[in-house]
Design a protein around this ligand. Structure first.
Ligand SMILES: [Zn+2]
Length: 121
């Protein structure tokens, strides 16, 4: 970053519960015809196997959304990225937001962190 003439002001960790993340991602599927997104727990189709929007039965799950590949990705995160969390925490640059909140809540939390940083510097 410094090579680009920029420095890091704030580091935001989006904290998620692993089990909740796995459930959220592996339950996701989309309509191959219109692209509508569904979820086993939070937003199932009204009629099993049929898209609510367009009536297509071409409902698809991403191959890399399965539980095994997700756990591999999480493990990679813990090995490579999580040591940085402790590093930035020690520098008082780390803020943590709830990564499983609703999208607008997550973005509001991130905006609040950045506004606070901007007013402190
Ligand atoms: Zn559809």
């Amino acid at each position: 970053m410094e090579g680009m003439g920029r420095k890091i002001d704030a580091v935001i960790e989006m904290r998620v519960d692993d089990e909740a993340l796995v459930a959220r991602i592996t339950g996701r599927y989309t309509c191959g015809n219109c692209g509508e997104v569904y979820h086993d727990d939070t937003k199932p189709t009204k009629v099993a196997g049929v898209c609510d929007v367009c009536g297509s039965t071409d409902l698809r799950r991403r191959a890399d959304d399965n539980e095994e590949s997700l756990k591999t990705r999480l493990l990679e995160y813990y090995k490579k990225t999580s040591p940085l969390i402790g590093y930035y925490y020690a520098l008082h640059m780390l803020s943590t937001v709830d990564g499983l909140a609703e999208m607008d809540e997550v973005s509001a939390a991130i905006t609040a962190v950045l506004d606070k940083r901007a007013s402190n510097s």
